[in-house]
Design a protein around this ligand. Structure first.
Ligand code: HEC
Ligand code: HEC
Length: 225
């Protein structure tokens, strides 16, 4: 059963890769299917928070799903590719919301949309429980002077929402220790209104950032423990 699950997700990976290569348009789900999926996910996530046995079972499912995700997101969600985000230590409710956004088109990424179509609700809940429980590998700043500049910027604005330690909360991403290229790309996309993440509160919050501000903040944030 587990083998077939991994096969199904691995197949989705191949399909997503092929779709991206052929730039095929992503299949749109019906509005009704989306609405149902949302209710099911919320209810199941809540259930897992109060039922320890269920949480434990789903965690094990999540650990198996993560074997497929590791191709890109690294073992235990510590990505080894600077442009692909860590999932380790991320808030589970934030992760779940991102899966939902990839599924309903508010957030666009062809690989991820394909992956998520292949996952059922227990695999999604299990995956977020698994990744939230993994530790982020600390990477010291390569350029300490630049990181100090970034810290000043962070402590003027970013800390208000992401917290002093950059750990976020249910609605706000953990950014501490995140991959530098991913941070840079994501901040520029928000600032420039690239439209891959709909209606983000980050757009007004990055509007005034220069490329130099972004470089400094990336140096600091990616080195936060
Ligand atoms: C082919 C590579 C690839 C694979 C395999 C893959 N991902 Fe991703 N994933 C990405 C990329 C690239 C992004 C960043 C998308 C963007 O730029 O917004 C991403 C983003 C995410 C995010 C959002 C993270 C954030 O910080 O907002 C989540 C959650 C996620 N992936 C979960 C998964 C899960 C679960 C699996 C396995 C079932 C998986 N991914 C497999 C490439 C991959
Ligand atoms: C008003 C609150 C607020 C402020 C201020 C803020 N953020 Fe955010 N940030 C969010 C929220 C909410 C998200 C969740 C995703 C979204 O809405 O796009 C987020 C997401 C992000 C992400 C994407 C994380 C991921 O895993 O994909 C990055 C990177 C980020 N913020 C960096 C920053 C930096 C750097 C600053 C300071 C310049 C900052 N944020 C200021 C609220 C805020």
């Amino acid at each position: 059963m587990v083998t077939s699950m991994i096969k199904r997700i691995a197949l989705a990976l191949t399909t997503a890769l092929m779709a991206a290569l052929m730039t095929a348009p992503a299949m749109a789900q019906s509005a009704k299917a989306r609405a149902t999926a949302k209710v099911d996910l919320d209810a199941r996530f809540k259930e897992a928070q109060t039922n320890l046995k269920l949480a434990d079972d789903l965690y094990k499912v999540g650990r198996k799903v993560a074997a497929v995700c590791a191709n890109c997101h690294g073992d235990g969600g510590n990505s080894t590719k600077p442009s692909i985000p860590n999932l380790a230590g991320q808030n589970p409710a934030y992760l779940l919301e991102q899966l939902r956004q990839f599924a309903d088109g508010r957030r666009r990424n062809e690989f991820m949309e394909g992956m998520i179509r292949a996952m059922d609700s227990d695999e999604k809940i299990g995956m977020v429980l698994f990744y939230a429980a993994q530790d982020v590998t600390h990477k010291p700043a390569a350029n300490a002077a630049l990181a100090t500049k970034g810290q000043e910027y962070f402590e003027k604005t970013c800390f208000r929402c992401h917290g002093n330690g950059g750990r976020g909360n249910e609605q706000i991403a953990r950014i501490a220790g995140q991959q530098p290229d991913y941070l840079r790309l994501t901040l520029k996309r928000y600032r420039d209104g690239a439209g891959v993440r709909a209606n983000s509160i980050m757009t007004p919050n990055t509007k005034l950032m220069t490329d130099a501000d972004i470089e400094a903040v990336v140096a600091y944030v990616s080195s936060m423990p």
